[in-house]
Design a protein around this ligand. Sequence first.
Ligand SMILES: O=C(O)CCC(=O)C(=O)O
Length: 231
Amino acid sequence: MDGLLGNLPQKQIVYKDGKNKEIDARPEYLTEPHPKYSFWLELCRHPRVLNAVQSVLGPDLILIMSHLIVKRPGDGLPVAWHQDNTYWHSVQGTDVATVWLAIDDTDRANGCMQVIPCTHEGYPEMDKVSTGGDDLLGLTVEVTPAMESAAVCLEMAAGSLSLHDSFVLHGSDANTSGRRRAAYTMRYANAKTVAVDTAQHWVPVYLVRGETNNTDYIDIRPGRNLPEPIV
Ligand SMILES: O=C(O)CCC(=O)C(=O)O
């Protein structure tokens, strides 16, 4: 990760404020390291990670994307309340979840993840509105004070992971501490109940466990060789 942080480009194109835009690069936006570096792809098929995912999504699993979200000490961006699924138009289905792996210890002060429990029930698709502020996405959803007061902070030790549904409301505050807050998010779906339009999707989709009929997915189930990194 130090290599990635040390080699941040000057500018990045990111999806923010509802469109692709060029910004001064920030380490919160290190997207899709897994097709480019076998270290990250290997992590995405680690049996301990996949066992956790299987416990919620079942035995047939695809890896659909990943993001490194690194909040620097002092000025790490907040992430406003959002649902992941409304950003992923090439992914159709509800059996989709994210593994959020803590790379650093994370707590309220350095901007740990927060979730509003049960907001995924019934799979509502909430409308997005502008935050009007400087945060990771520039968009949020309307959250009532009662919903917000139910939020749970996921304070976690480095090396531990949480799982969240792609419809559940979640976000995080700015990092106002003197400590970095880095996390790696690995996004998975049930290979049989979720369809990914690989022509529209921006990274390859990998079969990591179980079976699929979709021949577009790259088979990296444990024991298979990893493909050459995509530069
Ligand atoms: O790491 C964070 O603070 C937010 C993560 C997030 O929004 C996600 O994993 O979908």
